[in-house]
Design a binder for this molecule. Structure first.
Ligand code: AMP
Length: 542
């Protein structure tokens, strides 16, 4: 027997329709690429998204056709999010930090019909346009006054396009399993893989993300995603902020400490999110300027492991709660977050920081387990570590136009490629990417743990640890580290810092100091490149 409730479909357009109807004057504030601050209300945003939906139709974008974006976090990018998905097309966000060849691959693989780009990316797209096989129109996201000279064929101006389109558009209803958004994961090996979100997965992810134990967003909040809208939909912020009717602040192209601080303070932001590198920049700025944060309550940090020193600095110096989160492009992206339970009880600041070092627990909608090489489930004792597998309604079930991927098993579990422990309170901790584990004498050493300890040293800015060939132990850890400006820290002093923090046999065999470390387009350490660079490194113990 079927239930007798309405079959209202879960559609992305319902999020902005809700914000416009119930929070029309609540602001969306952006730092524009042109410079000035732009502000308007949700009702204006929704009206302009309808206008843009008509413009897309006039450009010949039909149902499920891909609309590419190369753009920062601004109101125009949010308009494209809603206009494309809401009208039944697919919003395809492209990470401009990828190598040029990968961008060309992604645009062609995604078969983008129209490409929207910020002024910043005009030179990049000019260089690549010859290699794009499907793009029929380029729209530069600016007004007439700022339109650049460009070689892009028939380049259109966003505001001119908008001015000529009608606002008269009714958001269509269709099956909630229709694709809404496409985003390529920037793997460290091979070609990027496309993850194709649906309207249903996007709305369910947004509903869960806003919950108290996840990001905890209310209509009274002001959120600012520093995580880019080209990286897994800015972790869902443009969706769940509209869903809750909270104020949305978008930092545009500037993510340095001073610019972030200015937006946080002048717009009275209460919740923000981004990768550790961004917050390192902010902490440095705060320390140098002697300023403090006056409105921020909570920072959601993820994308790579959050150092304990960062959690402690925000809590003790600024009274800000860090919530450590873990996720993936394949997971929309939220998978786990570290928030308290009845079991955690009253915590001292020390205990809070100890707990927050872990990536946290799953919330309703996500299931997780760890398995060994034969797919046997491992104990959740906080010690055993193995491949982390997940499943749920916002986890991808396969990649876009990709066959033969070995990431999914027949019970529907997705192998994340992360190696993790799960403790008895179900807090998960990532110990490695499966390819990054160091195997010494047949035993695993967590490279992430070594890196966390190294960056806990006050004179170390960043560190990576990799396995290097060893005649006796097969592999031994090498630490590649960047010293803070002015530091003359020695190899011996840094190695001594590991004493008592890990088992003796985990302590790296050698340290190499470098000026900077290689990163992927999303700011993760490029261990592959380091392994290649140091493959012939002779350890003093060898
Ligand atoms: P991406 O799809 O680019 O967001 O990358 C996902 C990967 O980033 C995960 O599989 C992890 O390896 C890593 N990652 C994400 N969040 C964290 C975190 N909090 N700690 C450690 N690694 C993380």
């Amino acid at each position: 027997m079927e239930g007798l409730m309405m079959g209202t479909q879960l559609l992305v357009s319902s999020l902005i329709r809700n914000a416009a109807a119930n929070h029309p004057a609540t602001e969306v504030v952006s730092r524009s690429v042109e410079g000035p601050i732009h502000r308007y209300g949700y009702a204006d945003l929704e009206r302009r998204a309808r206008r843009l939906a008509n413009a897309l139709r006039e450009l010949g974008v039909g149902p499920s056709e891909r609309v590419g974006t190369l753009a920062w976090n601004t109101w125009r990018h949010v308009e494209i999010y809603y206009a494309s998905s809401g009208s039944g097309a697919v919003c395809h966000t492209i990470n401009p930090r990828l190598f040029a060849g990968q961008i060309a691959y992604i645009v062609n693989h995604g078969e983008d019909k129209v490409l929207f780009l910020d002024l910043t990316f005009v030179p990049l797209v000019e260089q690549l346009a010859d290699r794009f096989e499907t793009v029929e129109a380029y729209v530069i996201m600016t007004d007439e006054a700022h339109m650049p000279e460009t070689s892009l064929p028939g380049a259109l101006c966003y505001e001119t396009l908008m001015a000529s389109a009608s606002e008269d558009f009714e958001w269509p209803s269709f099956d909630e399993n229709t694709a809404s958004t496409l985003c390529y994961s920037s793997g460290t090996t091979g070609n990027p893989k496309g993850v194709l979100y649906s309207h249903r997965s996007t709305v369910l992810h947004a509903m869960s993300a806003a919950l108290p134990d996840v990001i905890n967003v209310a209509a009274t909040d002001t959120t600012m995603p520093v995580v880019p809208m080209f990286h897994v939909n800015a972790w869902g912020f443009p969706y769940f902020t509209a869903m809750m009717g909270a104020k949305l602040v978008l930092p545009g192209p500037l993510a340095d400490g001073a610019s972030i601080y200015q937006m946080l303070e002048t717009e009275r932001v209460t919740i923000s999110a981004g990768v550790p590198t961004v917050w390192l920049g902010l902490l440095q700025y705060l320390q140098e300027s002697g300023k403090t944060l006056s409105t921020v309550k909570r920072l959601v940090i993820g994308g790579s492991a959050v150092p304990r020193a960062m959690i402690e600095a925000f809590l003790t110096r600024h009274g800000v709660e860090v919530r450590h989160a873990w996720g993936m492009t394949e997971m929309s992206p939220l998978g786990t977050i570290n928030s308290p339970t009845h079991g955690t009880g009253d915590e001292t600041p020390e205990q809070f920081c100890d707990r927050q070092v872990k990536q946290g627990r799953v919330f309703f909608g996500v299931e997780m387990k760890i398995v060994d090489d034969d797919d046997n489930e491992l104990p959740e004792d906080g010690v055993a570590f193995g491949m982390l597998k997940v499943r749920g309604p916002w986890v991808c079930r396969s990649y876009y136009r990709e066959s033969g991927s070995d990431t999914h098993d027949d019970k529907g579990w997705f192998a994340t490629g992360d190696v993790a422990t799960i403790d008895p309170r179900r807090n998960m901790q990532v110990t490695d990417r499966s390819k990054d584990v160091i195997k010494s004498g047949g035993e695993w050493i967590s490279s992430i743990e070594l890196e966390n300890i190294a960056v806990g040293h006050p004179e170390i800015a960043e560190a990576a640890s990799i396995g290097v060939r060893h005649p006796r132990w097969d592999e031994r850890p090498l630490l590649v580290a960047v010293r803070r400006e002015g530091s003359e820290l020695t190899r011996e002093a840094l190695l001594a810092y590991f004493d008592g923090k890990v088992a003796r046999w985990w302590v790296p065999d050698d340290v190499v100091f470098v000026d900077e470390l290689p990163h992927t387009a999303t700011g993760k350490l490029l261990k592959m490149q380091l392994r290649e660079e140091y493959k012939d490194h002779v350890l003093p113990t060898a």
